[in-house]
Design a protein. Structure first.
Length: 335
């Protein structure tokens, strides 16, 4: 079991590596080729149809293309080119899809006509005002013929496919390329019969964009464009910068204004102290010496000379001015 955990960890890292890329790599663009092309959708921006010598047909949720007793029906459809496709992109494949609700034609196989002519309109038009009695755009190049076959019961998408170096439907590829790079005015397509005489009846009823969800949902007309030549960047995490050892200095705060010190008040005159009077010498009373058989001088220490000295035959006493006994000597101590 202990050996299993390192194996699982290694396997997990191996699975994450393709998702996040190797550490330290820079963003590398994925080269787009026709082997793995990008896809964009050009939805219908307007669509309608007109009928020869018939006024006020309009859209009515369907557009009809074909022939009925030599009366031509022309479907008009214009596509909004996706801005995601660069003008110089290499077109790998173009698919025009029209949802066929039903087909009306001859039941005899030998007389059945299922081909339609696709051509560019030579001028702009408006689906709300386009009428046969007015100035109807004329067909212009590029144009091509496509055999759509009959429509399946319940309806089906008819897909017209064009590829480079293939002559089938080459006008579709040339038209889309011209609409993208601006070489051809995008006035949309006119879809109708290949000619207006000596043909049996054949009409295709295609769904318009009205009431439909935008493609790829819904059944409205659309063009799928598969292209290459650009580059789509794939995310690869970049290397985190190595932190330097030098610490980033913090911002030194701007000191606030130093408050101006208040003026020190001028001190008042110090009163001149009066001279302390020197104490006058306290007069000492002259001690009355009791008569003794013999007299001698007695010398006292300096610190004991203030006071009254009393003597007798046996001892001497020094009395302070306040009456307290300062010193007492015995006779033998007196020299």
């Amino acid at each position: 079991m202990k050996r299993l955990f390192p194996l699982l960890a290694t396997a997990g890292l191996a699975c994450l590596a393709p998702l996040f890329g190797a550490s330290g790599a820079t963003a590398a663009p994925r080269q787009i080729t026709c082997a793995n092309p990008l896809r964009a959708i050009a939805p219908s921006s307007q669509d309608t149809f007109v009928v020869t010598n018939v006024e006020g047909v309009g859209k009515q949720g369907e557009m009809v293309a074909g022939l009925q007793t030599n009366i031509e029906h022309f479907a008009f459809v214009q596509f909004a080119m996706p801005p995601s496709v660069p003008p110089d992109a290499q077109l790998c494949e173009v698919q025009l899809e029209l949802f066929c609700n039903r087909f009306v034609g001859q039941n005899t196989p030998a007389r059945k006509v299922t081909e339609l002519l696709f051509a560019n309109a030579n001028r702009s038009w408006d689906e709300d005002t386009l009428r046969f009695a007015g100035i109807v755009p004329k067909k212009s190049a590029p144009q091509w013929t496509t055999d759509l076959g009959e429509c399946a019961e319940g309806g089906e998408f008819k897909r017209i496919i064009a590829k480079p170096d293939v002559t089938t439907n080459d006008g579709l590829l040339e038209s889309v390329q011209g609409w993208l790079d601006g070489e051809i005015d995008n006035n949309g397509l006119i879809i109708g019969p290949t000619r207006n005489d000596n043909l049996d009846d054949h009409r295709f009823f295609f769904t318009t964009r009205d009431g439909q969800l935008p493609p790829p949902a819904g059944n409205g007309p659309r063009i799928f464009i598969f292209y290459a030549g650009g580059a789509t960047p794939t995310f690869t995490p970049s290397v985190s910068p190595t932190a330097s050892n030098t610490p980033t200095p913090s911002v030194t705060p701007i000191p606030s204004d130093t408050p101006t010190p208040t003026e020190t008040p001028i001190p008042s005159d110090t009163p001149t102290p009066t001279d302390t009077p020197e104490p006058s010498a306290t007069p000492t009373e002259t001690p009355v010496v009791s008569p003794t058989p013999s007299r001698r001088m007695v010398y006292l220490p300096i610190g004991l000379r203030t006071g009254t000295l009393y003597l007798n035959e046996a001892q001497a006493a020094l009395i302070a001015p306040d009456g307290r006994l300062r010193r007492l000597w015995h006779r033998l101590s007196i020299r």
